[in-house]
Design a protein around this ligand. Sequence first.
Ligand code: GTP
Ligand code: MG
Length: 197
Amino acid sequence: MVIKTAVFVKSSQKWQDCPEPNMPEYAFIGRSNVGKSSLINAMMNHKDLAKTSQTPGKTQLINNFLVNESWSLTDLPGYGYAKVSKSLRKDFEKLITNYILNRKNLVNLFVLVDVRHTPQKIDMDFMQWLGESSVPFSIVFTKADKMKSGGADRNVEAYKTELLKTWEDLPNIYVTSAEKKTGTEEILKFISETNQF
Ligand code: GTP
Ligand code: MG
């Protein structure tokens, strides 16, 4: 997919305040600092469309972008950020779960996972919940440039094994690097194939 235009539309604190749900929407989610905003920028060929930071917890609102005037892209706050207070963490969780369960035009959720790690409970629990809630999702492994060859494959395989303990089918899986801009075309191809209402 050629990105002709990508513009920031709005930041919202809750799903009710998001732009009218009149276009197919794709959202990016994952643990804090996993690389959601960086991947969005890499996909959009834009240096700082979505704000990135070395400090986890940078994205605290639901950020909506309009792409090619035809589909909507959402940068969500990260989950599982240990350094904020428990009540704030709960607020984030509520914001995220409400958005996911109520956003009518959400076509697919991309769950980002750092490829350097073996399966983490928080991510497995989250995907389990998505499956049980019938939310369509794909897994996007990030920061592949930080791994020597072979290491990434091992962790991806470990995730697949873990998922197949509970589910019969695997979701789509993408291995990406925002730094090297790898894997982004595959995600855009999936979006272009599915973004018709
Ligand atoms: P929150 O908004 O805080 O939840 O974080 P986020 O998931 O949006 O992560 P963000 O894109 O801000 O990136 C976090 C850090 O990881 C930044 O320092 C990025 O430069 C770095 N990073 C993200 N993607 C990659 C990647 O593919 N490769 C490398 N080497 N670093 C990356
Ligand atoms: Mg972010």
